[in-house]
Design a protein around this ligand. Structure first.
Ligand code: ADP
Ligand code: MG
Length: 304
């Protein structure tokens, strides 16, 4: 089954087959995005599963995933194509040596498909035998407003122009997923084209399910302690809260150390898997870790 899902439940079930565990709210926007062909705009803290859902959608639909990683200074041209400058130089040298081609012939030859390096947006507009690809425009908040304006246009026409070659229009538009870590607000105009969803940190049960899907060899008791501790840690005043990605990394570290349960020592030794700022580590290591561990255990005891 690689077609578009038939319902929200079907979407959730097929995402979960790919190891992606999410709630009905995210399942609903994902389903609608596929059904209506509208881009999905996901915003949230780092490590909450925004990029991962694009991968899961591509896998469940059997489509290619094309990723445009945004960065400061990314411009429209380099998101579409580049000329293979090195190959062009070689062609010029050999044309000079053989003295064959005229200037005009060489010009046409050098700016043809053979020397074109297709960047993600161009790749996404081209036909794919398995159906339109998933175009992941990742961390769009890292680019600037001119690039957003360009995206807005590209996403409304689904076509891109290469001056030397012409316009390439997608026969079938790609399925677009945009993500933002909200280091700045993305412009309304771009968001309005999309279905928007804020991806929050998962609640206890869901994070446990994600951990189980991603690190199945983590024992049940340890998994619960890990998730409970991370959830309590997110309530502390930290510069950067740990995401789901960190929960998973931490579980893998603990397994590698043959830990069967949390202890203040093992927590302090492995805090670098959870916290990535020295100030946060210094704040939590030691007595704070013990206090949070006790709090987490109390929570677990109350829940069971
Ligand atoms: N809902 C989820 N289901 C399964 N795995 C998840 C989920 N959310 C996060 N993860 C895991 O956390 C990692 C980081 O998620 P990612 O999508 O890269 O975060 P970000 O929101 O920063 O893009 C992924 O590689 C995946 O293993
Ligand atoms: Mg990401």
């Amino acid at each position: 089954m690689t077609g578009i899902p038939a319902s929200i439940d079907d979407t959730l079930a097929r995402l979960s087959e790919q190891g992606y565990v999410c709630g009905r709210d995210l399942g609903t926007v994902a389903f609608l995005s596929l059904k209506l062909g509208k881009p999905l705009f996901l915003e949230g803290e780092a490590g909450v599963g925004k990029t991962e859902i694009a991968k899961a959608l591509a896998a469940m639909l059997g489509r290619k995933l094309i990723r445009l990683q945004c960065y400061e200074g990314l411009d429209a041209a380099s998101a579409i194509y580049e000329w293979n400058f090195a190959a062009q130089m070689i062609a010029i040298r050999s044309a000079e040596a053989s003295g064959g081609a005229s200037r005009d012939e060489l010009q046409t030859e050098l700016f043809s498909q053979d020397y074109l390096i297709k960047r993600p947006l161009l790749q996404a507009m081209e036909p794919h035998s398995e159906g339109p690809p998933i175009l992941l425009i990742d961390e769009v908040d890292r680019t600037d407003e001119p690039f957003e304006a360009f995206l807005l246009e590209a996403l409304s026409d689904f076509q891109v122009t290469i001056p030397e070659i012409g316009t390439v229009k997608a026969e079938e538009p790609p399925i677009v997923v945009l993500t933002s870590n909200r280091t700045r607000e993305v412009h309304d105009a771009l968001k309005r084209r999309c279905l928007y969803h804020w991806v929050d940190y998962p609640a206890f049960e869901r994070e446990l399910a994600i951990l189980h899907a991603r690190v199945p060899d983590c024992a049940a008791t340890l998994s619960k302690e890990i998730v409970s501790f991370v959830q309590a840690l997110r309530g502390e005043d930290l510069f950067k809260n740990p995401g789901v990605a960190e929960t998973i990394d931490w579980a893998q570290c603990l397994i590698a150390l043959d830990a069967v349960a949390l202890s203040p020592d093992v927590i302090s030794e492995t805090l670098g898997a959870l916290l990535k700022y020295q100030d946060d580590i210094a704040k939590i290591a030691g007595s704070e870790a013990t206090r949070i561990l006790n709090e987490a255990r109390q929570q677990l005891a109350q829940a069971s």
